[in-house]
Design a protein around this ligand. Structure first.
Ligand code: ADP
Ligand code: MG
Length: 616
């Protein structure tokens, strides 16, 4: 048929020759540069996708240090520097050719993929939609190579002095893709996606030191010590890392069937929870995966341990024979299929269940920091690290990971509540308020000594719990404003108000567009109604925008509301106000810390007082 042409006469052969387009002249092959861009769009949809592919390449190259630098959400500039194997001068050009990979040799290899990359698509795809400079050197070479590729064309290749490893700089991402550019969110949002990604990889690779610099300041770094607990401390707060329970290896239960499927990593003890599933991070053979089934296995393991609508934190790597998992489902490679899904599900679920059952919190009537056994500090915690999957033959034996004897008794938990299937909580005895010191601390007395309560931190805890304890379907208490307040929103804030409308409303803001950048604020969360409503909204939006990487939008917003609405230090309180605050604090699930993890109170136990005064 004469109407099928070969797209502009560029001499090329399949596999590119698979895309056609229809004109009045009939079906035609797309020009090569167009088809590459379409394919690139599948792999590279936003700056975080570039970072993902390049970080995976660094890890595949055996790097132990990976530094990521971005500016303006990555659109303007991204660089990934590693100390991995590097690429020999002869092959540098080849790396940018589509389907060029050093990782897959034959089709059979597709059945058991050990590396993160294998499709040979990333570099050419990135280079098709940006301007890329790569400088690389292998250990065996005297000098390195610098290559520059823009919009799919090699601009130059030179010998250049270079450290061993590879550095890749990506500029002008999507410059020739205005549609893609428009689709991107604000720089801060794209930046926080990148941060979430880098932190995830750091958890999967505790031996690798990651660094992320955003707009000139260090946003995240992991120690690279090989200890998962230390890495968790870098990603979350140190208290969370201390509290996490290490999964116990499957020793007795290993029956013949599930040989080779093992779950390694850490999960939160029941008192440490999150309002959603976003902190359940799962890897399969070191690859981050998104799997409803596996996420559900985690949740299911906690059944009876957590209250409704609370979710655990988990960082778990499931190792299994490479041939049992298909990672070639989607170009992004985060979607995986298991040949024996039921087995993987139950291996994960059992490992967590076993760990939770073994965890028996130390009952304690009062939170006494000094008499309670010290929680395992990161420095002394066993060095847990993920291992890559053994080939099936080697997978039979459980790895000799140290067992978690004496799970850290971080929270003095109430065993009774625990047994009833409730999340245990730190129990604060009924306190009698004595007075206020420095207009900042509430002095109170309990059955075992004296307490000094930080009024701001305590109130923050109360407000934070009020916001987050509410189920997502329960609307917040909105404090209607007598007169609607017009507020002018920055583009970033507007973006948030539109895209996170549900959360904003759930928090208790009533806001509607009023033309252009102006919005009408009709109500604010009751917790912050005392101050300036517009300022309260701006603070909350700022906090959401900030992108702490691992916290959810809701949590960041809740922190901000709590901080904004909490009584300041320096404010004098009546006895009644202090008593009320103390009562509210007693009802909190974790009364001993503010939502940021700082202590809300200092406790001087009777024993301590007696010792100090030489009475005992
Ligand atoms: P894939 O990772 O699927 O093989 P890529 O396009 O991402 O495909 O990379 C192509 C090839 O370039 C890789 O197979 C590898 O040989 C080489 N390469 C890319 N990045 C690096 C790096 N940071 N260090 C060493 N080699 C690299
Ligand atoms: Mg790759």
């Amino acid at each position: 048929m004469s109407s099928i042409g070969n797209g502009g006469g560029v001499g090329f052969t399949p596999p590119f020759a698979t895309l056609y387009y229809i004109t009045e002249m009939g079906i035609r092959l797309l020009p090569r540069d167009v088809s590459i861009k379409i394919a690139a769009g599948e792999v590279i949809d936003r700056p975080a996708a570039v970072v993902k592919e390049l970080v995976e390449n660094s890890l595949d190259a055996g790097a132990t240090v990976v530094s990521v630098t971005i500016r303006a959400g990555g659109v303007e500039y991204m660089s990934i520097v590693d100390n991995g194997s590097g690429i020999v001068a002869d092959e540098v050009g080849l790396a940018f050719r589509r389907f060029a990979t050093s990782k897959l040799v034959a089709v059979n290899d597709l059945e058991s993929i050990a590396t993160l990359g294998f499709r040979g698509e990333a570099l050419p795809s990135i280079a098709a939609v940006s301007r890329v400079t790569m400088v690389t050197r292998t250990a065996g070479e005297e000098a390195g190579t610098r290559i520059e590729v823009a919009d799919g064309k090699t601009l130059g290749k030179h010998v250049d002095a270079a450290a061993k490893g590879t550095s890749i700089t990506v500029r002008q991402l999507f410059r020739s893709f205005p549609a893609r550019l428009k689709f991107l969110r604000t720089a801060a949002t794209e930046g926080s996606r990148i941060q979430a990604l880098v932190t995830r990889y750091s958890l999967a690779y505790p031996r690798v030191r990651f660094q992320l610099t955003i707009d000139g300041s260090l946003a995240f770094s992991s120690p690279g010590s090989g200890s998962l607990r230390e890495t968790v401390a870098a990603v979350y707060r140190p208290e969370v890392a201390e509290a996490m329970l290490e999964l116990e290896p499957d020793v007795e239960e290993a029956d013949v069937e599930d040989v080779g499927v093992q779950a390694h990593g850490m999960v939160s003890p029941p008192p440490v929870t999150r309002p959603n599933r976003s902190q359940i991070t799962l890897f399969v053979n070191g690859r981050w995966v998104q799997s409803r089934t596996l996420t559900f296995a985690v949740e299911d393991a906690y059944r009876g341990f957590l209250m409704e609508r609370r979710f655990p934190l988990a960082v778990v790597n499931i190792t299994m024979p490479y041939e049992d998992v298909d990672v070639n489902v989607h170009p992004s490679k985060t979607d995986v299929r298991f040949h024996r899904e039921g087995l993987v599900f139950s291996a994960l679920q059992r490992a967590i269940r076993r760990t939770l059952t073994a965890y028996s919190p130390v009952p304690s009537l009062a939170p006494d920091h000094h008499s309670a056994p010290a929680p395992a500090s990161p420095a002394h915690a066993p060095n847990v690290s993920f291992t890559r999957a053994p080939r099936r033959a080697a997978g039979a034996k459980a790895p000799d990971a140290p067992t978690t004897d004496g799970a850290p008794p971080v929270m003095g938990a109430d065993r009774h509540a625990f047994a009833q299937g409730m999340a245990p909580r730190e129990v604060l005895p009924a306190l009698r308020v004595l007075g206020q010191a420095q207009n900042t601390y509430i002095a109170a007395e309990g059955p075992d000594g004296v307490y000094l309560i930080d009024q701001h931190a305590a109130h923050e805890r109360v407000l934070f719990d009020e916001v987050t304890a509410r189920a997502s379907t329960t609307p917040a208490e909105v404090q209607g404003l007598m007169e609607p307040v017009p507020v002018d929103l920055s583009p970033a804030h507007r973006d948030l108000v539109e895209s996170q409308r549900e959360i904003i409303e759930w928090l208790g803001f009533a806001i509607a567009p009023f033309g252009g950048s102006t919005y009408l604020l009709r109500g604010v969360p009751a917790a912050i109604s005392a101050g300036s409503p517009a300022e309260g909204l701006a603070d909350v939006l700022d906090a959401m925008e900030e992108g702490g990487g691992y916290e959810t939008w809701e949590e960041r917003a809740a922190y901000s509301i709590a901080c904004h609405g909490a009584i300041r230090a320096g404010k004098s309180l009546s006895l009644q106000e202090m008593t009320e605050l103390t009562r509210q604090l007693e009802a909190c699930r974790q009364p001993n810390t503010c939502p940021h993890g700082r202590p809300t109170m200092v406790h001087l136990s009777t024993t301590q007082l007696e010792r100090e005064f030489g009475r005992s």
